[in-house]
Write a new protein. Structure first.
Length: 232
């Protein structure tokens, strides 16, 4: 990852991240559960709920550019709210799958896809043993990663973080973002099978001032996110 601050431009209520070719609506969107959050209005039909890899870009750019008023406000948001990505994690006996924009359309009775269904989506690309689909939206890692308290460096090399964030470079950005908090971060990630899909969250709310990365949130809790679209 190149040294120096990531790009951050303001245009009205929009945040333009030229490095990652993303435009965010700075307006916070809230809902009482994950499924309502996915259906929420993000400003216009061109904006969608951010996936976790996209949220990582926003978290990193905001924390690194707090000389911008909007960036400072968004950085403070992580201390008040839990940011949710349109990303699910599935835990099997073999390991963890992470999927952006998952096909989860209801709350009651939601079941995770089968291991074989997800495995068929994977391609040949790998990063530190994490296997990616050709479009990068589905990732898999076996249970060879550290959970719980860890250093920024440990997170950047953690295969579960690479899957969670969407690649090695984004895991490094997530670790860099966590350096804005003085204590070791906490990575809440399972290392055994779970029967239900879990949701991906970021924040530092009521957690001793630590940055908190959550790969096993539950669906039926208050959540917020930001709208995003790609630059033209």
């Amino acid at each position: 990852m190149e040294k120096g601050k990531p790009s951050f431009r303001e245009k009205g209520n929009l945040i333009i991240l030229d490095d990652s070719k993303l435009i965010f609506n700075s307006q916070l969107v809230k809902a009482s559960n994950f499924f309502d959050l996915r259906l929420a209005n993000y400003g216009s039909e061109t904006f969608n709920m951010s996936t976790m890899p996209e949220l990582v870009e926003l978290v990193y750019a905001s924390l690194e550019n707090q000389d911008h008023e909007i960036a400072k406000e968004i950085a403070n948001t992580w201390r008040r709210e839990w940011a949710s990505g349109d990303t699910a994690t599935y835990y099997f006996s073999e390991g963890m799958f992470v999927e952006d924009t998952p096909n989860l359309i209801k709350f009651i009775g939601v079941e995770k896809p089968s291991f074989k269904t997800l495995e068929r989506k994977l391609g040949k690309h790998e990063e530190k043993g994490v296997v990616f689909s050709d479009d990068g939206r589905t990732r898999f890692t076996p249970y060879n990663y550290k959970t719980g308290l860890q250093s920024h460096l440990e997170l950047s090399r953690n295969t579960a973080a690479i899957a969670f964030a969407g690649g090695e470079e984004k895991a490094e950005k997530l670790a860099k973002a966590s350096e804005h908090y003085s204590k070791h971060l906490f990575f809440r990630v399972l290392d055994s099978e779970s029967s239900i899909p879990r949701i991906a969250d970021l924040g530092a709310v009521n957690f001793e001032g630590r940055f908190f990365v959550d790969a096993c949130g539950l669906q039926n809790t208050d959540r917020y996110s930001f709208g995003v679209k790609e630059t033209q």
